[in-house]
Design a protein around this ligand. Structure first.
Ligand code: G3I
Length: 336
């Protein structure tokens, strides 16, 4: 329950899906910590469990932050999402370099990845219910199916199946997720479904699609795209996890930077968008298993300074002081 004796987010959605937030180690105290303990039953390390952060050198792991997150989760009856094993960002170059400074062989990268996955799974699989196994492998550019990355170049065109099989061998319980952004947009939806159909036909152990959900208040196609995507992914027999949701006050191409606070129009639009989004999630609750926000409150969001350096954004349900916004009330005030 919240301080004003109302149901929290996680309690309100207890029978629907988990409610999560991306966290950093400084989020476990103060207002952020209180919001986390009250409203969320799932957490994702915003950065601490990425390859380059947790395994910065071949013979050195840095578990400190991820261990602190696991300790917080365990003591607050919260579960974790593991983010992420294979991604073209935040992966140290040593992974792809051999002892002679040349590009590592497929065998060497496979050996390193397998060892990394084993060590991470052994340490965290008791608290992790879902792994973002591969992140953002689909190319945004029209006419190209896959993103050209070191992983794909070295491991080969079938690397995605290989990686899922490596993780499945180390954690047979957790849901294995293919995670991406804009994979509710029509063209990327088709590319993603094409990839998933091949993976599933080949027996790849993929359980869920991660829809990152980095959205904004100006996208008039969002709800139709979201419904279509959920139906298409569900038709493949997959579950859906919303993995990194935020609803920016700015369309991606809007470079305005004249606001110190969101306007009333922005706050009302954002409340309506969140209201519509959660109506869809509730409508498809048999397919949606978790909804994670990419942050706890507007006090800190990766959208500050991106894509406009020096600009503040207000994409979440709680304002910079941790108070509920109109969007929060619209997300919890439903009667079904
Ligand atoms: O850890 C270093 C620190 O040592 C250094 O002093 C500091 C100054 O440069 O940088 C720190 O690393 C930063 C890292 O976050 C940890 O704070 C990187 O510069 C910064 O680029 C990185 O940004 C993260 C971004 O992924 C990297 O691509 C964001 O916090 C994180 O929210 C964002 O999250 C991604 C998801 O993982 C995947 N989906 C997209 C989403 C948004 O890009």
């Amino acid at each position: 329950m919240t301080q004003d004796n109302k149901l929290s987010l996680a309690e309100k959605y207890w029978d629907y899906f988990k409610i999560g937030a991306a966290v950093n180690v400084n989020d476990f105290s103060g207002i952020q910590g209180e919001l986390l303990k009250t409203h969320f039953n799932s957490i994702t390390a915003e950065n601490a469990m990425k390859f380059g952060e947790i395994h910065p050198e071949e013979d050195r792991y840095d578990f400190e932050k991820a261990d602190a997150m696991k300790t917080f989760a365990k003591s607050n009856n919260i579960l974790m999402r593991g983010h992420t094993f294979v991604w073209h960002n935040q992966t140290s170059n040593w992974v792809f370099t051999d002892k002679n400074g040349r590009e590592a062989s497929r065998e060497l990268v496979l050996e390193r990845l397998t060892q990394h996955v084993k060590i991470i799974c052994d340490r965290y699989k008791d608290i992790v219910y879902a792994w973002d196994v591969v992140n953002e492998a689909i190319e945004d550019k029209s006419g190209q199916q896959y993103r050209e990355t070191a992983w794909r170049r070295i491991l080969g065109a079938d690397y995605i199946q290989t990686v899922f099989e490596i993780v499945k061998a180390q954690d047979r319980k957790a849901a294995l997720v293919y995670n991406d952004y804009n994979n509710e947009h029509p063209e990327k939806l088709e590319k993603t479904c094409h990839m998933l159909e091949i993976l599933l036909k080949n027996g790849t152990p993929v359980d869920s699609v991660g829809i990152q959900a980095h959205w904004n208040i100006r996208d008039i196609s969002l709800i139709d795209n979201l419904k279509r995507a959920i139906e298409r992914y569900a038709a493949l027999g997959l579950k859906i996890q919303v993995t990194e949701m935020d609803v920016s006050m700015f369309d991606f191409n809007d470079r305005r930077n004249d606001l110190k606070l969101p306007t009333d129009e922005m706050l009302e639009l954002q409340a309506q968008v969140y209201d519509d989004i959660f109506s869809v999630f509730r409508q498809y609750k048999e397919h949606v298993t978790s909804v994670t926000f990419w942050g706890i409150s507007d006090a800190y969001t990766w959208k500050d300074n991106f894509p406009v350096f020096g600009r503040k954004d207000w994409p979440l349900l709680f304002n910079v002081s941790g108070a509920k916004k109109a969007a929060f009330d619209r997300v919890v005030d439903f009667y079904e």
